[in-house]
Design a protein around this ligand. Structure first.
Ligand code: FPP
Length: 236
């Protein structure tokens, strides 16, 4: 969800004004995903590196997470949307941790859409965390070195249980991954747009999905194999 700061600066406002406007774009994206039957939507709300931003901005973002949790969770629940926070939750203050736990518990059995909010998240953190979990199992004698493979590793990653990542959209004009879903994006399609996040509306989301639908995903096979044989391409 890149571009909030620039969106605000273009209007001679403080960066935090852009984050507040970004919440409306979050609502549109969630609505679009819910209405079109997308199974899982992950939003990068706060990276492990974002703590280094000016204290005032970090504090407004924390306040915003709290407010959004308070104001939106009932609506998410009513719309059969499951909320999951991925990231190192222990980095947040205890009140926010409690709100996150309550929101996740309330929506746990919903199944129309899983909305993952990546908060205090980093792709490298995710991989290290999964490694630690595997090592804990190994230390307890519940895992042998030969059991370490993509399946057992994937079971420890934060998005375990969700479908493979198909499409990664980055708004704001930069062409990089910035430590998002590194393990998960192995076979994802990338879509970059100059649009700043607060301007990213449902039509733009539909445009990204349309673009994605035109791509030939080969997963290591040749184009001919995909076109001529009855081989179902899979990520793993
Ligand atoms: C990146 O834009 C955006 C963020 C670091 C924060 C995103 C947070 C929200 C949209 C608010 C709430 C979201 C949820 C799901 C509760 P940037 O500040 O890096 O923009 P810039 O590149 O223009 O500086």
């Amino acid at each position: 969800m890149d571009g909030n700061g620039r969106w605000a600066q273009q209007r001679n406002k403080r960066r935090t004004f852009g984050h507040k406007a970004g919440v409306d774009a979050v609502r549109s994206a969630v609505r679009y995903a819910r209405e079109t039957g997308i199974e899982s939507l992950t939003l990068f709300a706060f990276s492990s590196e974002n703590w280094k931003r000016p204290a005032e901005e970090v504090s407004v973002l924390m306040e915003l997470f709290s407010l959004v949790l308070k104001s939106e969770v009932k609506k998410l629940n009513k719309n059969d949307i499951r909320l999951k926070i991925i990231g190192d939750i222990s980095g947040f203050d205890s009140k926010l941790q409690k709100k996150i736990a309550d929101a996740e518990a309330l929506t746990a059995s919903n199944s129309a859409l899983t909305l993952n909010v990546a908060a205090n998240y980093g792709g490298r953190w995710d991989i290290i965390n999964a490694t630690k979990r595997l090592m804990t199992l190994a230390n307890k004698g519940e895992l042998n070195i030969d059991d370490v493979d993509e399946t057992s590793f994937g079971q420890q990653i934060s998005t375990y249980g969700l479908p493979e990542l198909d499409l990664l959209i980055r708004t704001g004009g930069d062409h990089r991954v910035s430590n998002f879903l590194l393990w998960q994006c192995a076979y994802a399609e990338f879509y970059f747009t100059e649009t700043l996040w607060p301007d990213f509306n449902e039509d733009m989301f539909a445009q990204a999905v349309e673009d994605f639908a035109q791509r030939q995903r080969r997963f290591g096979l040749t184009g001919e194999q995909i076109m001529t044989q009855d081989i179902e391409p899979k990520a793993c």
